[in-house]
Design a protein around this ligand. Structure first.
Ligand SMILES: Cc1cc2nc3c(=O)[nH]c(=O)nc-3n(C[C@H](O)[C@H](O)[C@H](O)COP(=O)(O)O)c2cc1C
Length: 186
């Protein structure tokens, strides 16, 4: 099996991190991989906001947890009720994707850029996880004002985020793959 396929198959979502920061050199490679993702009509209508400031991430976490507690969705209430819960898993780097609403295929563009981020990170022995909470709550005025302060462009909508860092334990095994997800017509 070639290295690219091996990298795709062995990437796992990690939810527990050490506080060791990733290097700027690796961060820049990961961001370059994100920027080279395919995008609808090649418009690259995305923006990547990198947050490596713990106080700023904590501010975002408190605002988001407050909204989760008051959400009508029981799963959010339950998660936010746990004082240990951090939607960004205390990872030292958070990358928030956002998109220009006037671009084509906006959510899909951010999704492929995020996958490039995860795969590039994994190839550099950096762990990662997709975090979706800002896509749910990014339009709340309090959260939005924090995001604006962090540099998310004002007229851009927030999509998924990536957390990056070093796992504090070995990577988990992949879940078994579902059967019957493919059919062939030859
Ligand atoms: C669109 C999307 C949203 C996700 N949101 C979250 C999230 O908010 N928090 C989280 O811990 N994992 C999230 N994940 C990660 C999935 O839970 C994970 O990919 C899945 O359990 C399979 O595990 P693997 O990535 O290790 O193969 C998300 C994944 C996708 C594709």
């Amino acid at each position: 099996m070639n290295e690219i396929i091996q990298n795709i198959l062995s990437r796992r979502s990690v939810r527990s991190y050490t506080q060791e920061q990733i290097s700027d050199e690796n961060l820049n490679l990961i961001l370059e991989a994100a920027n080279y993702a395919p995008s609808g009509m090649g418009q690259q209508g995305w923006h990547f906001t990198v947050v490596q400031n713990k106080e700023k991430v904590d501010e975002l976490v408190s605002a988001v947890k407050e909204l989760m507690k008051n959400s009508s969705e029981e799963r959010f209430q339950k998660m936010a009720g746990n004082p240990e819960f951090n939607p960004f898993y205390n990872a030292p780097t958070v990358i928030i994707t956002s998109y220009d609403k006037s671009s084509a295929t906006v959510e899909a563009n951010c999704a492929v850029a995020l996958q490039n981020i995860f795969l590039a990170a994994h190839s550099l022995n950096i762990s990662s996880c997709w975090i979706h909470i800002l896509a749910y709550f990014g339009q709340d005025p309090k959260v939005r004002s924090i995001l604006t302060e962090l540099g998310v462009p004002q007229d851009y909508e927030v999509s998924g985020s990536a957390v990056l860092g070093y796992s504090d334990k070995p990577l988990p095994a992949a879940a078994p793959r579902k059967e019957g997800t493919v059919n062939f017509v030859k």
